[in-house]
Design a protein around this ligand. Structure first.
Ligand code: UDX
Length: 507
């Protein structure tokens, strides 16, 4: 290889029939938990019926805790909480004690302090209540104990909700190892899975989202957790936070979503990235940008290594007349958009600028940067109306509606499972390699083949219909290693800093 690196990462979970089958199940909303592949970090989220039941009961009782009904402190809890719950709580306490994190301990300290303060204020305002009968004093002490137990439980696991029935148990980390991590786009499809991983590792996580495509329900299960914060904010506006790491994911990624408001999309990639880089510079945080395979444009090199310069459309749509369905929208002048610049320009050019910003801040301000170029990704929490090919075909086939192929279906894609992507992002952030890295799957399908495949596994009666379109681009990561490990293939000459060692393991 001529110069520098060719760094290509591939992952252990192939896009197998099993993955696709399970995705179908997800979209049918049958069994969320079965979606996790064995390589997935989510496999430690196994839902235990017992824990779910316990936590749900605790949640119920927690809602009635002391500050919610100060007049009934203790006695209400005593009446409401069943003996079964008391037993479960005691058992949970034993199980969870070794997992207690510093933060958990802090939460308990706070809870104890709060209870003391409330008890003191009760002494002053309602002396009769605390001192009149011994029975009430006992009630209060028991309520206090239960409240502390609840806080301990909260500090080590998520609260199941109707939309997220899985209990997520977290690890504990000492202060020295626990990081404060910002995930922009943290309530989105990929962002929320990343949040899960970081929370389970025991870090303090701030998910920042403007809810354009993200959804609160994706992080609902962390909402009462003492180490989690959700900030509703648009990255195009600056924000002051103190963090150690920034995963900058915020940007609509599905073509219909990012083309819906192209000006907003380009603002998000440019102003949003500047704002996050400014924050990283100020607080000396490491920052990872999620870029895209689309920065390669309509690639003439296939599959694409990171060293490829790309072939981005800078003039016009390549079709004579574009009827790409997602461009025909009421508030979009689709004809004008398709004839002035490439229909994907707002996204692919935006991400190219964002990458340039990352390396400018690195060279000029010494910001520690990482850049991941993400290829087509699917998995749980993908919105049914996401508009990307995987969810479109699955929904259409399940509903026996025509499956919409844009163009002749000869364009190719590789599809990666979301947990593999999250593994890759996490590894990239925690490794030393700081040049752009492709994150995807080397398995390649034509869109037509993929439609037939989905039709077959869903046993659908859908017709496969072809729409006029301008889609030619093939996206597939250049295959490096594909043996179940995350590896990098390196050029023999190494880079400017002298890193070489061919076939080094990256992470
Ligand atoms: O219903 C559909 C949807 C899509 N397609 C086609 O299927 C192919 C894949 O399209 P998708 O909408 O899934 O998305 P793309 O692969 O083009 O980009 C996607 O993956 C790379 C990411 O970086 C991008 O952010 C993401 O949008 C395209 O050729 C598209 O035209 C159809 O034929 N029918």
């Amino acid at each position: 290889m001529g110069m520098g690196y060719i760094a290509t990462i591939s992952f252990g979970t192939n896009t197998t029939n099993t993955d696709l089958n399970t995705l179908v199940e997800n979209l049918e909303r049958k069994k969320y938990e079965r979606l996790d592949s064995s390589a997935s970090p989510l496999n430690i989220l196994q839902s235990s019926r017992e824990n779910t039941a316990t936590a749900m009961m605790l949640r119920k009782s927690d809602h009635r805790r002391i500050e919610d009904s100060p007049d009934e402190a203790g006695t209400a809890l005593e009446r409401e909480v069943s003996d079964g719950l008391a037993e479960e709580t005691a058992r949970s306490k034993d199980e969870l004690q070794p997992m207690m994190s510093e933060t958990g301990a802090e939460a308990v300290d706070n809870a104890e302090a709060e209870i003391e303060a409330r008890a003191r204020s009760k002494d002053k305002s309602q002396p009769m209540m605390s001192k009149s009968t011994g029975a009430e004093a006992v009630d209060f002490a028991e309520a206090e104990t239960r409240f502390i137990e609840t806080q301990k439980l909260l500090a080590t696991q998520s609260i199941p909700t109707a939309t997220n029935p899985i209990v997520m148990k977290t690890a504990s980390l000492p202060d020295s190892k626990r990081k404060k991590i910002l995930v922009t786009g943290g309530a989105g499809f990929v962002g929320s899975h990343l949040v899960d991983t970081l929370m389970m590792e025991g870090h303090e996580v701030i998910a920042l989202d403007n809810f354009f495509t993200g959804q609160r329900k994706n992080v609902d299960h962390w909402m009462n957790h003492p180490r989690f914060s959700l900030v509703v904010h648009d990255v195009t506006e600056p924000i002051m936070l103190e963090v150690d790491e920034i995963y900058h994911l915020a940007c609509p990624a599905s073509p219909p979503h990012y083309q819906y408001n192209p000006v907003k999309t380009i603002k998000t990639s440019t102003m949003g990235t500047i704002n996050m880089l400014g924050l990283a510079k100020r607080v000396k945080a490491k920052i990872l940008l999620t870029s895209t395979s689309e920065i390669y444009g309509d690639p003439e090199v296939h599959p694409q290594p990171e060293s490829y310069w790309g072939n981005v459309n800078t003039s016009k749509c390549s079709a004579k007349l574009c009827f790409h369905p997602f461009t025909i929208q009421p508030n979009l002048n689709w004809f004008q958009m398709c004839t002035l610049v490439g229909p994907r320009s707002c996204y692919d050019e935006g991400k190219r600028v964002a990458e340039t910003m990352m390396y400018s801040y690195k060279s000029q301000n010494n910001v520690d940067v990482r850049v991941a170029r993400i290829f087509n990704t699917f998995g749980p929490r993908m919105h049914p109306n996401d508009g990307r090919v995987v969810s479109n075909f699955i929904i259409q086939s399940l509903q026996n509606k025509p499956m919409t192929i844009y163009g002749d279906g000869s364009q190719t894609r590789s599809f990666q499972f979301v947990s593999d992507l999250v593994n890759g992002l996490h590894s990239l952030m925690n490794g030393k390699y700081d040049l752009p890295v492709n994150l995807g799957n080397p398995d390649e399908y034509t869109v037509k083949h993929f439609a037939e495949y989905i039709k077959e596994i869903t046993q659908s009666d859908s017709e496969i219909s072809f729409f006029a379109g301008n889609e030619r681009r093939p996206y597939t990561t250049q295959t490096g290693y594909f043996n179940g490990e995350t590896r990098v293939e390196m050029g023999a000459e190494g880079d400017s800093e002298g890193r070489s060692s061919a076939n080094d393991s990256l992470f």
